[in-house]
Ligand binder design. Sequence first.
Ligand code: CMC
Length: 444
Amino acid sequence: MAAKNTLTITDNRTGRQYEVPIEEGGVIRAAALRDIKTSPDDFGLMSYDPAFTNTASCRSRITFIDGDKGILRYRGYPIEELAEKSNYLEVAYLIVKGELPDRKHYAAWEQNIKTHTMVHENIKKFMEGFRYDAHPMGMMVGTVGALSTFYPEAAHINDLESRRLQTRRLIGKMPTIAAFAYRHSMGYPYVYPDNDLSYTGNFLAMLFRMSERNYTPNPTLEKALDVLFILHADHEQNCSANAMRSVGSSQVDPYSAVAAATAALYGPLHGGANEAVIRMLMEIGSPKNVPDFIKGVKKGERRLMGFGHRIYKSYDPRAKIVKRIAYEVFEVTGRNPLIDISLELERIALEDDYFVSRRLYPNVDFYTGVTYQAMGFPMTMFPVLFAIPRTSGWMAQWAEMVRDPEQKIARPRQVYTGEMLRKWTPIEDRPEPTMREDAVSDRI
Ligand code: CMC
């Protein structure tokens, strides 16, 4: 029998058979399940997939990952090659526009981004309103969201020129807002952009320039940060990209959607993991304490932060590059002693059946923290260093979603497990509310 690209489903409740097309080499449409009914007024079947572990929410041409083989490519280019040969702005162009720029287009792109590095003075004042010890990532979420009030025309999301302008603005302004957040937390005056410097060089200047007339970034550190930016530029449908698309699908302006994506990135299971890794390494304190710590992880008391990934079931290719970059940075800054604890954790974990059987390997965040710390960044800035380059990915994901005729407002279904119908009683007749043992989700 000739092979067919279909799936035959037998509904054992009715004995009926359904033939569902298999698309793209291994995808079925969840909506096809709705035809599987026991009677005409039956809702039909739906799939249940908490956390979308096996559901594709979109078609995308931006980033390819093969998690088993440890492959990551932006627009078809291997991450290793981009990290070695490109710079972040070129990669941002690639991610947003789909092609590597020629010289002319690169020059125009760089100029366009640099034109948008300044922020309105009221943004500065807005940021001054944060408490002295505000987490810079919280400041990012609020300030990026506030940008939407400065650019109301960004609401025209179907206008190509508007989308392009907001993309340039966001990529241009994220480092400035990030640097202001850092300076605010340090109590230092804000430093305005210096567009004679590179994208990363200018960012370093806005962070670390003190009284010197001209700030010259250390070229090794500037390059290291640029490579780290490349590694963080996009990662297909991760939690924050999903937030960007989901919130953006309501047709809100991109600043509001980037605020949502930044908030998603803030969490310790996503971009906040690099901060959590350093806190964990400091808590472990010494390589000799690693075996005890691993025991706790295996008992389920803790997670080994910076390990494991929803998609990678082998070594995260970005982690390999970060590990190399860490040593290049240490050549300039001196060795971060926490690296010894990281190496010991990695050595033990990669030999231990708990991690091997679950295919848990270092992810991108495992070595970024020690690198950023050596470069002089406080821990609270680590997720911010993730958000800056990820902005190009978010904007590309968002633009792809806006242009995709198959996309609609994101609105998952649910399996309702609550009470079906209850009789309302006046307040004086109600019994004292009791927390039912099974009503876990009712406990806030
Ligand atoms: N330490 C210990 N056990 C782990 C870890 C870990 N870091 N990650 C997963 N596991 C175990 C987990 O307990 C589960 O075991 P069991 O089957 O016995 O219940 C199994 O591995 C599968 O884990 P999961 O939670 O179902 O996997 P997931 O795909 O939902 O989670 C993850 C992925 C990244 C949230 C998770 O691996 C994790 O929490 N890692 C630590 C946080 C981290 O480093 N996050 C950064 C991710 S990469 C950059 C980014 O996305 O921003």
